[in-house]
Design a protein around this ligand. Structure first.
Ligand SMILES: [Zn+2]
Length: 330
């Protein structure tokens, strides 16, 4: 195993072990669950990241009408990009390491100092930074759609296989002479990643192999993978005061039924309406006639809206506050 910047990964069913190389250090992390890593990644709020990225894109504009670029401008863009990657790393180690590895690889390219080269490099950096945003939406879309199908096969056939091109990537692997899980001598396979999309799409494929279900928790609105085949409705996330959705939700659901409040119906409608807007925007490929609502803006809204809905059910916020959040993106 060489020490390139990135993530070395060994997988066994839903278990995985990683060696993370970055910023001059090499760490072997605890065992992770493929399903947790995948679903957990979609939980991070990247709306701030999106704002910084827009700022970086502005910085890549040419300095005059004939398309001049300066070395200083290029340095500022690449420095901000690396800072952004390190900022992400504080909360989301995986994404931070992968972003930095990708940017480093781009910067290793021979820079001949011409305007053309500077422009190409800056565009490549912007593309690399944009990737997590696009990929998160696509993975969310696939995982969320699983609950629309009764069987794994039906889901694969209808939603996943027709999009095969998205999964056709290089997943470089090497054979090493010890087991990453046990450290015992053994010939074992290790995959290497220095790109966000490759890593998470690989995890998605490993997850799909397990043929498990994905549900949307009606209490917190987040995706989860049921632990067993029992009829699980709610997730195990700790929602408030150390209590999980599973513990709190039945009581809240009873209240919801008793109150028969039209606001809840409006809330559900807003959720669907806004998600449809995301689909239109994300599929429009920058077509400016489509109203903007990015996946990350939607996710940030959804998490906040769910929280307010719960507080309203518990009598802790007013109807006006719930209405405000329902209408916030209109
Ligand atoms: Zn939940």
């Amino acid at each position: 195993m060489t020490d390139k910047n990135g993530i070395y990964l060994s997988v066994d069913g839903d278990d995985a072990v990683r060696v993370i190389v970055g910023n001059g250090t090499k760490i072997q992390t605890d065992r992770i669950k493929v399903s947790d890593e995948l679903i957990g990644e979609l939980e991070y709020d990247m709306s701030n990241y999106e704002i910084v990225l827009e700022h970086i894109i502005e910085e890549t504009e040419p300095l005059d009408d004939i398309g001049a670029y300066s070395e200083e401008q290029f340095t500022a863009v690449s420095d901000t990009a690396l800072e952004l990657a390190d900022g992400v790393r504080e909360n989301d180690l995986t994404t931070g390491v992968l972003l930095r590895a990708t940017i480093h690889k781009l910067l290793d390219f021979e820079d001949d100092g011409t305007a053309m080269c500077l422009m190409t490099m800056m565009n490549a950096i912007v593309e690399a930074l944009r990737e997590p945003l696009d990929t998160r939406y696509i993975l969310y879309k696939y995982l969320k759609s699983r609950s629309e199908f009764d069987t794994h096969e039906e889901w694969l056939r209808t939603n996943i296989l027709p999009e095969g091109y998205f999964f056709r990537r290089d997943y470089p692997c090497e054979i090493i002479n010890y087991d990453l899980f046990t450290n015992e001598p053994k010939l074992s396979q290790v995959f290497f990643f220095d790109n966000y999309t490759d890593y998470f799409v690989f995890l998605f494929l490993k997850f799909a192999e397990q043929q498990r279900r994905v549900l949307e928790c009606p209490c917190c609105g987040k995706l989860f993978v049921p632990k067993s085949n029992r009829a699980e409705i709610y997730c195990d996330r700790v929602l408030v005061d150390g209590k999980t959705c599973k513990q709190i939700a039945p009581k809240l659901a009873r209240k919801l039924k008793q109150r028969n409040d039209p606001l809840f119906e409006e809330y559900e409608k807003a959720k669907n309406r806004n998600y449809k807007r995301v689909e239109r925007y994300e599929n429009a490929n920058g077509n400016s006639s489509v109203m903007r609502l990015t996946f990350n803006e939607y996710k940030a809204w959804l998490d906040k809206a769910n929280e307010i809905k719960r507080l309203y059910l518990q009598g802790l916020v007013t109807a006006k506050e719930l209405r405000n959040i329902i209408e916030e993106l209109n």
